[in-house]
Design a protein around this ligand. Structure first.
Ligand SMILES: CC(C)(COP(=O)(O)OP(=O)(O)OC[C@H]1O[C@@H](n2cnc3c(N)ncnc32)[C@H](O)[C@@H]1OP(=O)(O)O)[C@@H](O)C(=O)NCCC(=O)NCCS
Length: 344
């Protein structure tokens, strides 16, 4: 994992918007988050730092990586994606690089795709990364406070490799199953509409004001900027209600698929959306405190990076041992959600 050194606590945010440490902690559990250096760090440079550590711990070299899967909603460029920038920055071979745009469930989708390539024998060393530089694109005025207090920057990475379960210390080691879902009915509930090609097609409300032009010129407009239509939008309470329904459902789906119970989970690593959501899920599944890893208090919601950051932190703290059953689960914009069950 890599998080930028710059710590931004809740009191720092009160200098630019009408909010309070008490409100943020009570509603989200967040005390502080990290913000990338405005000009010296990007989503990809943070991913490079996390990837170097993952590759070193896997005992291989960057040139051994044979496929990249990069999950982010805050890419360096609108296109091309961050995967190729990572390939360039790490001087990797001319391998495939795939970008995943599934927001908070991006990392689960990414390891699910990687898992299929490993299981079919197509690749041997897949680098899976989740990274975000949210701080560059949020509305830090009071208008945007329901969104901007939640998010933080950072990156996490893993290397996926095939394993011969019969020779390992634990049998049936690795990614047991993954479970992916979506429901586009609520696509606009948590979304950044602009720039985009939507032309206000999907909903009756105006998502973007366009300048007059005979052709084109609908991607960016002066009006869009003047009317602050260039920031993420979120109906927080609706996201909350759906998240507390779907998290337990998709975790139970993973357990049932493997004939297991919540009590079998050594560690649940939920996407760090909101501490209250994690606590609700913990209660619903009757999990003890030591069965759930949360770190949103320190890093905020880092979207696609939150699960690999939490996984790395939990492993470094000795909370994950060989043979442990680890459950990863996420829910977010789309809506999309998913889970993965791993035997470490
Ligand atoms: C965003 C969230 C923390 C807001 O908490 P909430 O209890 O639902 O609060 P509401 O949005 O209903 O707003 C309550 C009030 O707080 C205000 N408020 C919103 N953000 C605020 C902030 N940062 N500081 C102070 N007040 C704030 C609102 O303006 C509203 O004021 P009003 O009652 O005068 O209109 C909560 O809905 C949430 O966490 N939802 C899930 C979001 C999430 O997980 N997103 C990521 C998905 S992966």
């Amino acid at each position: 994992m890599y998080v930028p050194p710059n710590v931004v606590d809740n009191n720092d945010l009160t200098r630019v918007m009408d909010t309070s440490d008490e409100w943020i902690q009570e509603r989200t559990g967040i005390k502080e988050r990290r913000f990338a250096h405005r000009t010296e760090e990007t989503t990809t440079t943070m991913a490079v730092e996390a990837s170097k550590i993952a590759i070193e711990r896997a005992g291989i070299k960057a040139q051994d990586i044979d496929f990249i899967i990069f999950a982010t909603l805050s890419p360096d460029y609108y296109f091309p994606g961050c995967g190729v920038l990572l390939q360039r920055a790490m001087k990797m071979k001319e391998i495939g690089a795939l970008d995943v745009r599934n927001q908070c469930s991006g990392f689960i989708y990414a390891i699910s795709v990687g898992d299929q390539f490993i299981k079919t024998g197509m690749y041997k060393n897949i680098l899976v990364v989740g990274a975000e530089k949210h701080s560059f694109g949020l509305d830090f005025s009071t208008r945007g406070r329901n969104v901007s207090v939640i998010f933080g920057d950072g990156a996490g990475a893993v290397v996926l490799q095939p394993t011969d379960a019969s020779s390992g210390s634990a049998t049936n080691q690795g990614i047991l199953t993954t479970h992916l879902h979506s429901d586009g009915e609520s696509a606009e509930i948590l979304a950044m509409f602009n720039p985009g090609t939507h032309a206000n097609h999907w909903v009756e409300q105006t998502l973007a004001d366009f300048d007059e032009a005979e052709m084109g010129e609908m991607f960016f407009s002066h009006a869009m900027i003047d009317k602050a239509q260039v920031f993420p939008n979120m109906d927080g309470p609706t996201v909350f209600k759906k998240a507390v329904e779907k998290f337990p459902e998709v975790i139970m789906e993973a357990l049932s698929a493997n004939g297991l119970q919540p009590s079998d989970i050594a560690l649940l690593i939920p996407h760090q959306a909101n501490l209250r959501i994690s606590q609700f899920v913990q209660k619903k599944l009757k999990l003890r405190d030591d069965q759930v890893h949360n770190n949103i208090q320190k890093f905020g919601n880092t979207t696609a990076a939150s699960i690999p950051i939490a996984l790395c932190e939990a492993w470094e703290e000795g909370k994950i041992k060989d043979g442990d059953l680890i459950c990863l689960a996420a829910f977010g914009s789309g809506f999309t959600w998913g889970s993965a069950l791993l035997r470490w």
